[in-house]
Write a protein that binds this ligand. Structure first.
Ligand SMILES: [Zn+2]
Length: 383
């Protein structure tokens, strides 16, 4: 299922994106409220009023989910974990973090922040309802009371659902933080928490099937069939994401055990910063077929040049541009030690958006580690 997503704004510097599937939920929630919940609890209004209120309620529900994700993001940012984006989609929201939490404590606090925001919002809404209901002229506030009750309930449910201890739900992250603190092994903790996630996925599936069976056999109202379907759908999603998390943890675990030295490219061809791009392309990139070269001046590493940097300059200008002018200048994050685990190199590349790092030992360039070499290594390992 390939859907597009749209950026609708930025909060805390984080792009907020809405996934295509989210519009389905928006329409569905508005429709359910406008044709069922609202006319039943607030009779006597026009259809357009119901649709208007339904739309507003759906937007507020969307804001609740967003605030939950911003809760996670705020704490993550305090631990200097960059947030690539927050995506809202059919099952709620996800804050995409560029790296993992540094400690079990950080993991716990980041995980718990989302449900904490949801519970606080829920308490505020329900508090408002209790307060408004104690006022004499409450029929004037009837619409707001309804909305407050609805939002309060949904936020409390959002907090409770996310506390289910199956990874990758927030409760599963809390569980992972505990297992990690206890066993001192991040990847093993992830795999264990993901197994619990698999279990809850299956449990939801069975529960949903039970509800559908009950509805069809007459033990439950027939209208419960769709609820059962939805529970199965959530169970399948949880199962699939838990399985993917478990596989990814296993993969990362294997990359954590391999040093960069084992899969670096050892025949290093370096290039001079005074080369023109024309020379670089015709004497290095084309003949060797490599995607990038370290740039050395008087035996010292000064940068790295890759196809990406060359492509930023029009071919007509290649004879007049030097490698020095377009190369990625040397920064500490461009260099990795041969004994560092491959996972560290991979995370660095992902974080910086690079496809290769220079391997150095005792001030000497001894190799390059590339993204494609890591991918090949993983393919071989899987085979
Ligand atoms: Zn959450």
């Amino acid at each position: 299922m390939q859907w597009s997503s749209w950026e609708i704004g930025r909060v805390l510097g984080i792009p907020i994106r809405v996934h295509g599937s989210w519009f389905l939920v928006f329409l569905f929630v508005t429709w359910t409220l406008a044709t069922g919940y609202l006319p039943e609890s607030l009779p006597g209004l026009s259809a357009s009023r119901y649709w208007g209120m339904g739309g507003i309620a759906a937007v507020l529900l969307f804001l609740s989910v967003l605030l939950h994700e911003l809760g996670h993001s705020y704490v993550a940012l305090r631990y200097r974990i960059p947030i690539e984006q927050i995506t809202l989609f059919i099952f709620g929201g996800v804050a995409h973090m560029r790296k993992e939490a540094p400690t079990p404590r950080a993991e716990f606090l980041i995980a718990i922040a989302g449900p904490a925001v949801s519970f606080a919002l829920g308490a505020a809404c329900l508090g408002f309802v209790v307060l408004a209901e104690s006022i004499q002229e409450q029929h004037a506030l009837q619409g707001l009371i309804m909305l407050g009750a609805l939002l309060g309930m949904v936020n409390v449910q959002l907090g409770l659902f996310n506390l289910i201890p199956g990874f990758p739900l927030d409760g599963g992250r809390v569980l992972r933080a505990g297992l990690w603190a206890w066993g001192k092994d991040f990847y093993r903790a992830t795999k264990q928490a993901a197994v619990v996630g698999l279990g809850f996925g299956v449990l939801f599936g069975l529960l949903g099937a039970g509800v559908i069976f009950g509805a069809l056999s007459g033990a439950l109202p027939v209208s419960m069939v769709s609820n059962g379907g939805w529970v199965i759908f959530i169970g399948m999603f949880l199962f699939a994401t838990a399985l993917a998390s478990r596989r990814q943890a296993a993969l990362r675990q294997s990359l954590a055990a391999v040093p960069v030295r084992d899969l670096m490219v050892q025949t290093v061809i370096s290039i001079s910063p005074d080369c023109t791009l024309d020379e670089a392309v015709n004497q290095y990139f084309r003949p060797y077929g490599y995607g990038g070269f370290p740039v050395l001046e008087d035996g010292q590493l000064v940068g790295l040049i890759t196809v990406l940097e060359v492509q930023t300059v029009q071919p007509a200008l290649w004879p007049w541009r030097q490698v020095r002018q377009v190369m990625r200048p040397l920064v500490p994050s461009l260099v990795v030690a041969p004994d560092a685990p491959v996972i560290q190199a991979m995370e660095r590349m992902a974080q910086e958006g690079w496809d290769r790092l220079v391997v150095m030992q005792d001030g000497q360039v001894i190799g390059l580690v590339t993204h494609s070499a890591i991918v090949h290594f993983l393919q071989l390992r899987r085979a």
